[in-house]
Design a protein around this ligand. Structure first.
Ligand code: ASP
Length: 584
C-alpha cells in the first residue's frame, strides 16, 4: 500500500496512529539534529519530523531529498509542539521511522508554492508543475464542482447529455473554422465545431426534448486577451418552449450555482432590452454593479454656440457621485484615457458641481452658471458631483462613454469581484449591417427567430436593421456568460432568413441542407442557449482570466508552449493528405 492517508487528512485525533503517506517534497528544513519535511499532495501538506532520537541513517537519507522528490514516509502521528493554525494538519506531525524514495526530481524551474517566483511563460511551459500549486489546483477543483452541479441540475430537469461530433462540416457564417483534412477523401476537409448548434437542433427534431452537453468548441479568431481557440460551453436546447421558459430554466441553473458555490440567493434577475442597454450603458453587456447611467443631453446643450456639441449627433454623459474634487491632473488623465486609440474619443467635457453650489467646467465660455444648472438637473447631479460628457456619432459615442464609465467604476472601486450582478439582455437585433462586405449578417446565428411582431419587416429591406430577434444574453458583472435564442422551426421562414442573409437557394442547400431537410419532417418549436463555461468558472473564481481555469491553455498567440503546438508536420503526412504547402 502506497499510503494509508492523504497529506491533508491527519488531525489531532489521529495522534498515536501508525500511518504511511506519499507525496512530493515541498521543502526540507535542516537544523542539524532536527529535520522537517513538508510533504505535499493534492489534498494538503503534512509536516514530517526527525529528531535526535531518530535513526541517524534516516536523517542522512532525508538530507538527500530535493524539492519535488516523490517519497513515501512511514511513522507515528504526534502532536506538534508549535502548532500551525493556518494549516488543517497544523496540530500534528509525522515522526518518521522509514522513508522510501519513489522518484527523484530535477530542481523545478520555479517554486511550487502559493506565491511562485515563476513568470507566466515559464509556468505555462511547465504547466504540470504549475498545477501542483494550490491556487491553480483550486481553480481546477472549482471547475470540476461547477461541472458536477450543472450536470446534476440539468439531469434532474430531464435534460440528457448527448455527445455530438467533433469532425463536422464547415459553415461559413460566424467565426473562422478550424479545419481538418480528410486523408480518405483527398481535397476534402472536416471542420471542428464552433458550437454544436445544428446538431442540437437536429436532436430536437429527433424528439430528444431536452439536451445539454458540456462541450469543447473551436473558433479560429484573432486572439484577443482572454480568448482561447478552444473553449468549453454548457450547450443546451429545449423543445416546446417559449422565451420565458428558457430564461426561467437557465436563470434557475445560474441561481443554483450561486447558491451552491457562493451561498448567495437572488431574486429574479433583472432584464433589459438590447436597445436600453446600448442607450443607457453603451454596451450589450452592461456592468450593473454600479449606476452612472447615461444621460442624453442634446435638448439642453445645443444652441449655446459650442460648435462641437451643436454639430454632434449625440451629446451624452455620466455623473460621478462625489467626484467634484477631481484635480486637473485626474481630469487630464481621464481625457487622455478617452483619447487613447482603443477608446477613440476626440475629447471630454467636464462639469464640476462644487460643494458650495457653484460650477466649474471646461466649457464655461459657452455655458452660463444657469445653463450648467439646467444640465446638472438633467443629470440629477448634486453639489459635490462631477459630470463627464462626450459627443459625436451616436453609437460610437455610447461605446466610448461605456469605456469611460467602466474606468470610473474601477477608479471608484465600484466593481468589486465579490459582488455579483446578473442580468438578462433581451430583444437583440436580428441582423447586423457589415460595412466592409455591404451586407447584413445574423447577429446571433441564421437559425434565430425574429420576434413574431417584427417578422413582416423581413419583406422590407429598408427595415432589416430594425427587426428584433427572440435572442437573449445572460450577463454578469459586465461579462457575457451565455446567450441563445428561439429558433426558426418553420422551413419557409428559414428560407426567407437565408435570402435576407444573401444566400441563394443552392448555397443555402449546400451549407444547411441537412438541417433544412430535417425541418421537413416535423421540427418542434425549440430554443436554447449556451453558457461559456470557462468564463463562468473564472467569474465564480473571482479571477479575470479564463486561462487560469483551463488545465492546459494556449497562450495569447494561440500556442501551447508546453507541447509546442501548432507545429509543422512531416512531409510524409502532407503527402498522405495530398496537401502541398504554399506558404507566403
Ligand atoms: N450556439 C450558440 C453560440 O454558440 C448558442 C445558442 O444559440 O444556443 O453562441
Amino acid at each position: 500500500m502506497y499510503r494509508t492517508h492523504t497529506c491533508g487528512e491527519l488531525r489531532l485525533a489521529d495522534a498515536g496512529k501508525e500511518v504511511t503517506l506519499a507525496g512530493w517534497v515541498q521543502r526540507v528544513r535542516d537544523k542539524g539534529s532536527l529535520v522537517w519535511i513538508d510533504l505535499r499532495d493534492r489534498y494538503g501538506i503534512t509536516q514530517l519530523f526527525l529528531d535526535g532520537n531518530s535513526d541517524p541513517k534516516l536523517i542522512e537519507q532525508a538530507r538527500t531529498f530535493g524539492r519535488e522528490f516523490v517519497i513515501q514516509a512511514k511513522g507515528t502521528v504526534i502532536e506538534r509542539e508549535s502548532k500551525n493554525p493556518n494549516m488543517p494538519t497544523g496540530d500534528i506531525e509525522l515522526k518518521v521511522n522509514a522513508f522510501i524514495l519513489l522518484n527523484g526530481s530535477k530542481t523545478p524551474p520555479f517554486t511550487i508554492e502559493d506565491v511562485s517566483d515563476g513568470g507566466d511563460d515559464l509556468r505555462m511551459k511547465y504547466r504540470y508543475l504549475d498545477i501542483r500549486r494550490n491556487p491553480v489546483r483550486k481553480n481546477l477543483e472549482l471547475r470540476h464542482r461547477m461541472a458536477m452541479l450543472v450536470r446534476n441540475y440539468l439531469s434532474n430537469l430531464n435534460f440528457l447529455e448527448i455527445e455530438t461530433p467533433m469532425l463536422i462540416k464547415s459553415t461559413p457564417e460566424g467565426a473562422r473554422d478550424f479545419v481538418v483534412p480528410s486523408r480518405m477523401n483527398p481535397g476534402e476537409f472536416y471542420a471542428l465545431p464552433q458550437s454544436p448548434q445544428q446538431y442540437k437542433q437536429l436532436l430536437m427534431v429527433a424528439g430528444m426534448d431536452r439536451y445539454f452537453q458540456i462541450v469543447r468548441c473551436f473558433r479560429d479568431e484573432d486572439l484577443r486577451a482572454d480568448r482561447q481557440p478552444e473553449f468549453t460551453q454548457i450547450d443546451c436546447e429545449m423543445s416546446f418552449v417559449e422565451q420565458e421558459d428558457v430564461l426561467n430554466t437557465f436563470e434557475g441553473l445560474a441561481k443554483h450555482l450561486f447558491k451552491e458555490m457562493k451561498g448567495l440567493d437572488f431574486d429574479q434577475f433583472p432584464r433589459m432590452t438590447w436597445h436600453d442597454a446600448m442607450k443607457y450603458y453603451g454596451s450589450d453587456k452592461p456592468d450593473i454593479r454600479f449606476g452612472m447611467k447615461f444621460v442624453e443631453l442634446n435638448d439642453v446643450v445645443k444652441g449655446k454656440g459650442f460648435g462641437l456639441f451643436d454639430n454632434a449627433d449625440l451629446v451624452v454623459g455620466i455623473n460621478a457621485d462625489g467626484c467634484s474634487e477631481y484635480t486637473r491632473k485626474q481630469l487630464d488623465a481621464l481625457t487622455e484615457f478617452v483619447k487613447r486609440p482603443q477608446v477613440g474619443a476626440g475629447g471630454m467635457v467636464y462639469i464640476k458641481y462644487n460643494t458650495d453650489g457653484t460650477f466649474k467646467s471646461s466649457v464655461d465660455k459657452f455655458y452660463s452658471p444657469e445653463d450648467l444648472k439646467v444640465i446638472a438637473e438633467e443629470f440629477g447631479a448634486k453639489p459635490g458631483d462631477l459630470m463627464l460628457i462626450l459627443c459625436g456619432e451616436a453609437m460610437k459615442t455610447r461605446v466610448q462613454l461605456n469605456a469611460l464609465r467602466l474606468e470610473m467604476g474601477n477608479q471608484l472601486g465600484l466593481r468589486n469581484p465579490d459582488v455579483y450582478a446578473p442580468l438578462w439582455v433581451i430583444d437583440f437585433p436580428l441582423l447586423e449591417w457589415d460595412e466592409e462586405t455591404q451586407r447584413y449578417y445574423a447577429m446571433h446565428h441564421p437559425f434565430t427567430a425574429p420576434k413574431p411582431e417584427d417578422e413582416a419587416l423581413l419583406d422590407d429591406p429598408t427595415k432589416w436593421g430594425d427587426i428584433r430577434a427572440n435572442a437573449y444574453d445572460i450577463v454578469m458583472n459586465g461579462v457575457e456568460v451565455g446567450g441563445g435564442s428561439i429558433r426558426i422551426h418553420d422551413r419557409t421562414l428559414q428560407n426567407k432568413m437565408f435570402h435576407t442573409l444573401g444566400f441563394t437557394d443552392e448555397k443555402a442547400q449546400e451549407q444547411f441542407g441537412f438541417l433544412m431537410g430535417a425541418f421537413e419532417y416535423g421540427a418542434p418549436p425549440h430554443a436554447g442557449l449556451a453558457f461559456g463555461f470557462d468564463r463562468l468558472c473564472s467569474l465564480f473564481g473571482g479571477a479575470d482570466s479564463i486561462r487560469d481555469f483551463i488545465a492546459f491553455p494556449k497562450n495569447n498567440a494561440g500556442r501551447d508552449v508546453m507541447s509546442g503546438s501548432p507545429a509543422p508536420i512531416a512531409q510524409e503526412q502532407l503527402d498522405e493528405l495530398q496537401i502541398a504547402l504554399n506558404l507566403k
